[in-house]
Design a protein around this ligand. Structure first.
Ligand SMILES: Cc1cc2nc3c(=O)[nH]c(=O)nc-3n(C[C@H](O)[C@H](O)[C@H](O)COP(=O)(O)OP(=O)(O)OC[C@H]3O[C@@H](n4cnc5c(N)ncnc54)[C@H](O)[C@@H]3O)c2cc1C
Length: 445
């Protein structure tokens, strides 16, 4: 990939967001106490929290902060995973899983608090997050989530069909799961804002500097780029679904434990005042229970930011526009004609069990991957938690359920086949699904 001239995706966020700080490339030799590879939410949050603790930290970013998933996503701030609920997480990870559940529970509030504390203008709206259910049978998902998250102290509620209709301005759903700590942001503005805060607090960020490889030498980690190298006592690998994009030799075992799937995002023209006041009038962020996910939120200019999925490469944006126009008009007949100004995409890192993977990557090295399309809030919270690990907080006090990297067999083949799962989700969506064999949201918001 050519980093000399950075081409941002044709996204709403790239068009609407003021430029980020001017950043140098890594040229020659540099040193830091902690080297972070990747300048998305995880890397930026880790660096910010490390600087607040007085730790010398440098980020090495392949392109610019927010160039990966963090600047391309739907911006929904969601304090849950996509499918696993607290009991699934704890069954897998025990006491560390319990601490992780608490981290997840608080993650949306943590994100909004950070934006407030550092006065980051990211068009943030803490209006809540709703997961409406698309069939009477799927109310079981909402009931289970409310039951489990209530047990762990999350401010969640079950919405009746009528309450859901009022909240969303649509007859399409049958009830829902509601968490008022969620909401939405402009994710590229948050990425750039965090980058500025890191710099203001004395952190360093090198841009246009893909790390080609890392090695451990003389008790230090050394990351090599095309024009330089940087060494650190500690290494954080924060490249997530983009781990294999710039170098096949950067942590291949991490790159191969997730399947990067392209998720398509779209933004309509600003809605009319009449449409806006009847479609999600309270401006909540919404992602429903379809396997082929329906999701939407407003941006600050009253565009609906949504998305969809179609198979096959030909003419994809135009086919997506037709598909999603029909969907929006079916969900909200009052919307009138729909025009899209932006269509873009980004990689979501999917795992086979929809749980994230968090690793110690040797002595004094950490990393995570496997966002499964639900980690705007989580990656910010994990950045803080990784900074605590670096500062020597005992493992028994960390909300980091560590596991060893487990690369998938036939990763290349799985990556090619993964988009076909859309057909499976469509079939499942079309029929009533019993608890225990619930569909999984297609990569999404
Ligand atoms: C289209 C889309 C929609 C989504 N919608 C939502 C949503 O609405 N809500 C939600 O909760 N989650 C959503 N997600 C998931 C969320 O965006 C991610 O979980 C989150 O942004 C991950 O942040 P990160 O910092 O870990 O990774 P990233 O933001 O991907 O950052 C990784 C960075 O590493 C850099 N990098 C890669 N390789 C190298 C290298 N060799 N050297 C140096 N740097 C390198 C990349 O350039 C990139 O900037 C979505 C994801 C996508 C793609």
């Amino acid at each position: 990939m050519d980093t000399a001239t950075i081409r941002w995706p044709d996204s709403l966020w790239a068009a609407a967001t003021p430029p980020g700080p001017a950043l140098p490339e890594l040229i020659g030799t540099a040193k830091a106490d902690v080297v972070v590879i990747g300048g998305g939410f995880t890397g930026l949050s880790a660096a910010l929290h490390l600087r607040e603790a007085g730790v010398d930290v440098a980020i090495v970013e392949a392109m610019e902060p927010g160039w990966g998933a963090s600047g391309r996503n739907n911006g929904q701030v969601i304090p849950t995973l996509s499918r696993p609920d607290p009991e699934d997480i704890i069954a897998r990870h025990g006491a560390a899983g319990e601490r992780f559940v608490a981290l997840l529970r608080d993650s949306a509030s943590v994100l909004f608090d950070i934006a407030r504390r550092y006065q980051i203008q990211a068009e943030q709206e803490q209006t809540g997050w709703v997961q409406p259910v698309h069939s009477p049978g799927r109310i079981k998902i909402a009931e289970r989530r409310v039951r489990q998250w209530s047990k762990f102290g999350a401010p969640v509620e079950l919405l009746s069909r009528d309450e859901t209709r009022q909240m969303l301005g649509s007859e399409a759903w049958f009830g829902g799961f509601w968490n008022r700590t969620g909401g939405h942001i402009n994710p590229l503005a948050l990425s750039r804002g965090l980058a500025q805060v890191v710099l203001d607090r004395g952190g360093r960020i090198y841009a246009r500097s893909p790390a080609i490889a890392v090695e451990r030498w003389n008790d230090r980690w050394i990351a090599t780029t095309e024009k330089g190298e940087i060494s650190g006592r500690v290494l954080i690998v924060a490249t997530n679904a983009y781990t294999g994009e710039f170098s096949k030799s950067l942590m291949p075992e991490m790159a191969h434990e997730v399947i990067p799937v392209l998720s398509w995002q779209m933004a309509t023209q600003p809605l009319s005042e009449t449409a806006r006041t009847t479609i999600i009038p309270g401006r909540q962020a919404m992602s429903d229970t379809h396997g082929e996910l329906y999701f939407a939120r407003y941006d600050a200019r009253d565009r609906l930011v949504t998305g969809g999925a179609v198979l096959g490469p030909a003419n994809k944006p135009e086919r997506l526009k037709a598909l999603v126009t029909e969907r929006l008009q079916r969900l909200w007949p009052q919307i009138g004609p729909v025009e899209f100004d932006f269509v873009w995409n980004g990689y979501v890192g999917m795992t086979t069990d929809f749980l994230p993977r968090i690793h110690r990557l040797g002595r004094n090295a950490y990393g995570w991957t496997g966002c499964n399309g639900r980690a705007v809030a989580l990656s910010i919270a994990l950045g803080d938690e990784l900074s605590k690990a670096v500062r020597g907080v005992a493992e028994k006090d960390l909300a980091l359920p560590f596991s060893d990297p487990a690369p998938l067999v036939a990763h290349g083949l799985l990556r090619r086949l993964a988009p076909l799962m859309l057909m499976v989700y469509r079939r499942r969506d079309a029929r009533e699904i019993e608890e225990g064999e619930l569909g999984q949201p297609y990569p999404h918001a």
